[in-house]
Design a protein around this ligand. Sequence first.
Ligand code: GLA
Length: 395
Amino acid sequence: MKNLNDILQFNILILLSILMIQCTGTGAKQNNKTALKSNEMPQITKEMFGTTFNGQAVEKYTLSNSLGMQVDIITYGGIITRWTAPNKDGVFQDVVLGYNSLDQYMESNPYFGALIGRYGNRIANGQFTLNNNTYQLAQNNGKNHLHGGDKGFDKVVWTAEPMPPKDDSVTLKLTYLSVDGEEGYPGNLQTTVLYTLTNENVLDVEYKATSDQETIVNLTQHTYFNLSGDFSNTILDHEITIDADAYLPVDETLIPTGVVADVSGTPFDFRNAKAIGKQINDTNEQLSRGLGYDHCWVLNNQNSGLREVATAYHKDSGRYLEIATTEPGIQLYTGNFLDGTLPSKQKGETYNYRTGFCLETQHFPDSPNQSNFPIVVLKPGEMYNSKTTFKFSTK
Ligand code: GLA
């Protein structure tokens, strides 16, 4: 009898071990950690990620919800380095491009996952005028200014503070003070970004900023998505919608010409779901200037506050991403500058042409110089407030 009991107990132990291995997940590709943690409370954990070239410590926070979704955020650039989402079979995979080490982010990062400021997108000739003062910013993209300059918000170390977890969400608060004159911009700009992961598989990104002098602000998030969960696939098969009747055509240097163009009958019409690749190689002057899509859409219902503006669907995995924002515009960038030189998170691989897409919610490019665009001026005593949410589901 004793022997029989021992055998039974041994078998039960083996069964339990197998179950545990299945729950923690193995067997997927290098970047594809499964993380089934159902019924757990949402939580935030912290670990060190590295040290910058000038000796600043960089932390990594992992936000987890009760469904098992995880978002890793580092204090360098407020970068989302990993974001797991389930496919239609419940398998969690990392769906955002990035690197495995801080050194790689510091050496050469085409804004993978980063917070962008003070001004997302381009300003012509790096110049703008406020109250009769002309400001010269870095010309870090040909003759234009791009994404905040030489050392934008994507390259600074933010101060992180995890908020006390709630039953249905966790929030990481990041703050950064950009001092008067930093990168040529006027005013001490105090910026707060709140990343909130909810139990509905929603990541909320909320931006707030105040300044002690009149200045310009246009903050965004530059995550590159590949919903297939395998970064060796292109994103050309992802079906996109953008709720916009118009977009902003650009000149040869990707500055809006000022024309607000109807999308009807053009490759820029995403009012009905369409694969990114369907018309990306059409003969079209705008597509040749952007080397693909690298344009800002003029979103509908601009006065409706937070509303759904774009979706992305990857049929094979079933992953479906819905984006809502308070912003008037969204830049679709289709990874046209990825050329196989940057190392992927997947061991031994590199990021090839069009293996990630960005949907960057924002005010329009070059707004300070275009009088018909919504204004981007922040005055002392005012609060800049912007919100974008990313919701994952499957269908
Ligand atoms: C933005 C720009 C693109 C490109 C990428 C980063 O989305 O619009 O032209 O610079 O960032 O490579």
